[in-house]
Design a protein around this ligand. Structure first.
Ligand code: SF4
Length: 342
């Protein structure tokens, strides 16, 4: 019999579990404490629950952690872990150390249905939503778990296409009964799905990063086909109308493709549409993926693009490329693993 996993349940869900197996209500907080603060891996370690209570709980439940199945390590210290999910699929999770910060980049789906033409995960197609257990297991089971300072949802999948599980994982990460992290340590990256972006903004206090890649709808639609129903204007209107507190950051991701989205007209239009939004643009040089006709601009051109935006009053930075020697562009490692098992 497959047991239900306790790890990844919110406090309310744990209360429902205690009701179901007829444990006293206070046991839910004790279980949350063991799961998220004391980091146990078996029910038997929950020693402030009586032996009888642990036995009752173990009939239908287990903790439900699983180790990564493979790792690739870059000479710059970046690591990419491969986790098995949804029985026979693979997802990637990156560990990115940087001075006193250590960031985990988590996946929210196996594959992705957004079909961005520059993305290896997009080429895999959609294979399934990760459960909250599978999202947070990437964090808890990463060998560097104790060193992590920041989390970004920029791995495989579109987090706002899996909003319910995303929000549960953010609740566990930021609640006082969970990991107690400040929401300012977490950034959720999205292509800007109109129907769920507002829900995410309303129900969480984490930072948001919107993948823009072009200020022009038609061009953006060619790069990211799914955004057909989400015009740049729709997304920016939602952001402009939302009352962000001073701690919460809005950023825009901009992958720079040589000769595609790097012209003076792009700079001018970006400055126009972002006027009045307190934000910054993260410029990312395109990581070449197999079969792609896109070219990566050189560093000098990338810096010129950034400086031109800064000169127009749009705070811009160039994201340092990490782990290029271990196939850091998302989706490459898992694609290789899946091809092996065909
Ligand atoms: S870039 Fe993100 S949203 Fe687009 S296909 Fe890849 S994983 Fe999905």
């Amino acid at each position: 019999m497959v047991k239900e996993k306790l790890y990844g349940k919110t406090l309310n869900e744990l209360i429902a579990v205690t009701k179901r197996v007829k444990l006293p209500g206070f046991a839910a907080r004790q279980i949350a404490d063991w799961l998220y603060k004391k980091e146990i891996s078996t029910i038997d370690e929950m020693t402030n629950l009586s032996k009888k209570m642990r036995e009752v709980l173990s009939v239908d439940y287990e903790i439900g952690l699983s180790e990564p199945v493979n790792v690739a390590e870059s000479k710059d210290g970046t690591k990419k872990y491969l986790y098995k999910v949804l029985d026979d699929k693979y997802i990637e999770t990156a560990f990115i150390p940087d001075d006193d910060r250590a960031t985990i980049c988590v996946s929210s789906q196996a594959g992705c249905k957004m079909g961005c033409v520059f993305c290896m995960t997009g080429k895999q197609g959609f294979q399934g939503n990760l459960s909250c257990n599978e999202i947070l297991n990437q964090f808890r089971s990463m060998p560097e778990f104790g060193r992590l300072t920041n989390m970004v949802f920029m791995g495989m999948g579109e987090p706002l296409d899996n909003t319910a599980e995303l929000l549960k994982s953010l609740e566990i990460l930021t609640s006082e009964w969970g990991y107690g992290w400040s929401p300012t340590r977490i950034t959720v990256s999205t292509i800007g799905l109109k129907n769920s972006i507002k829900e995410f903004l309303d129900k969480s206090r984490c930072h948001i990063a919107v993948s823009l890649h072009s200020p022009f709808d038609e061009e953006r639609r060619a790069l990211m086909p799914i955004q057909g129903t989400n015009s740049v204007r729709d997304i920016l209107d939602i952001i402009r109308d939302f009352n962000f507190n001073s701690q919460r950051r809005v950023s825009f991701e901009y992958i720079l493709f040589k000769g595609v989205n790097d012209s003076p007209a792009h700079i001018k239009e970006l400055a126009r549409i972002l006027n009045g939004i307190k934000c910054r643009i993260n410029i990312i040089r395109f990581h070449k993926i197999p079969g792609s006709e896109f070219e990566s601009p050189d560093m000098a051109a990338t810096i010129r693009f950034k400086e031109a935006l800064n000169a127009k009053g749009i705070l811009s930075t160039v994201r340092t490329s990490r782990g290029e020697d271990i196939q850091a562009a998302c989706g490459l490692l898992s694609t290789m693993e899946q091809n092996k098992s065909k």
